[in-house]
Write a protein that binds this ligand. Sequence first.
Ligand code: NAP
Length: 248
Amino acid sequence: MTHVLLLGGTFDAHVLSTRLHEAGISAVYSYAGATLTRRTPALPTRVGGFGGVAGLVQYLRDQHITHVMDATHPFAAQISAHAIEACAQVGIPLLSMERPAWQAQSGDRWTQVADMNAAAAALPCDGGTVFLAIGRKQLAAFATQAAHHRFVLRVIDQADEPLPLPAANCELVIARGPFRLDDEIALIREHGIEHIVSKNAGGPDTYAKIEAARQLQLPVIMVDRPQLPPRTQCETPDQTMEWLAHAR
Ligand code: NAP
């Protein structure tokens, strides 16, 4: 009998959970538990890490998982790498769903960099107000820049742990996407934002800040996705459901 593990934590995973539920497919939705608030998916859920590759292998076997769908964020590279390894060990099919990366368009002022250290290094030395639209996990690289810059940091919920950026230089904006173009333009104007640092997440839900930057002619430091080993991939929930229909 088909029993799917859906690795989630994204809006697309939420959509997929509804699709699986509506199709009457037995599945469980897995969260890391990284945020305090989360959307309620249509599927039964489990929360928290598996305990590395070995823990995930054990879980797949214990729960008689037949297929794994990895709909985690493109920057959640560790769990995706673990899923590749664990599915290979157990011998079950894995599909990764990732929206295509955004491409720079005419009018965009992007500096593309490989990682957060390079993003911090790419900020101009003469200061300014920087919108960090990168979550809270990889802020340490920007701490060394904090003497020069003021940061506006957007996160999904209030931090439990202190941030590595000094409070005097860092303003928190608590909000969950999807975000609208008008709202992003208003946010940029309200906070006097001069630079944007963004992960190249792809997809429509967080793209409005990139469109806003284009309209306002602001520079964007765009961080490329981490590299992962080869795996079967698709781009949309529709394609993911088609893959499952064939794989079953
Ligand atoms: P990560 O670095 O790839 O994973 C770190 C550890 O968290 C993994 O080794 C795993 O622990 C656990 N984990 C991650 N996703 C999990 C899931 N869906 N179910 C169970 N355990 C999970 O991930 P991350 O960048 O911290 O992201 C955490 C979650 O937030 C992901 O589910 C991702 O989809 C979501 N998210 C991330 C970003 C981002 O920019 N990174 C943005 C939006 C949403 P064990 O090794 O113990 O199994």
